[in-house]
Design a protein around this ligand. Structure first.
Ligand SMILES: [Zn+2]
Length: 185
């Protein structure tokens, strides 16, 4: 499934005018909403209906694919709490095996008021072949195990305050736009 913003991309001016009167109106509305947010970490091209792209290249060690995902999440929920966000591991992470050490994992903070519904976001991410697994609320789902079904997770951190997503090393540089909503309800 494509988001309204994505489906709006690549249309001729005449098609855009036609689309704006129907389904495209939603995309236009979203563009205006994002433009008003004025965030520094999102490219200004959003206002023109272009796909969301990070305003800066991925920092050293960070997978561009996750940098792209983060930019989209920040654009969609501009006021969200980022307290538990993270990509690269801190000192304690570096001491153990973690996808955060290689820039292949992203943590997204739970914010019930201004952030994404993490159940929904997890479901959307599990549909993307770039993803290996997600951890959320003491459960883990790996696309390569039991078709991505949720299983109990007994790690030290139950992940009640952030959603963890790991991607494949082979998908590191794949910056095609992410779907933030699952195609299946
Ligand atoms: Zn994590």
């Amino acid at each position: 499934m494509k988001t309204p913003l994505e489906s709006f991309r690549g249309l001729s001016p005449a098609e855009k005018a036609a689309a704006a009167t129907g389904l495209g109106a939603l995309a236009l509305g979203l563009c205006v909403l994002f433009a008003k947010s004025g965030r520094q970490d999102v490219a200004p091209a959003i206002a023109s209906g272009a796909p969301i792209r990070p305003a800066s290249p991925a920092p050293a060690g960070v997978a561009p694919a996750l940098w792209q995902l983060l930019a989209q999440i920040n654009a969609a929920w501009p006021a969200r709490n980022k307290a538990s966000d993270g990509i690269m591991g801190d000192a304690s992470h570096q001491a153990r095996a973690s996808d955060h050490n290689t820039g292949l994992a992203l943590d997204v903070t739970l914010d019930k008021d201004a952030g994404p519904d993490l159940d929904e976001l997890a479901a959307a991410l599990l549909e993307d072949s770039r993803v290996t697994y997600v951890i959320w609320r003491a459960r883990i789902a790996n696309r390569d195990i039991q078709s991505g079904a949720w299983r109990p997770y007994s790690g030290a951190n139950p992940h009640n305050h952030h959603l963890h997503v790991s991607i494949r090393a082979s998908a590191r540089d794949d910056v095609q736009p992410w779907n933030l909503k699952p195609s299946r309800a």
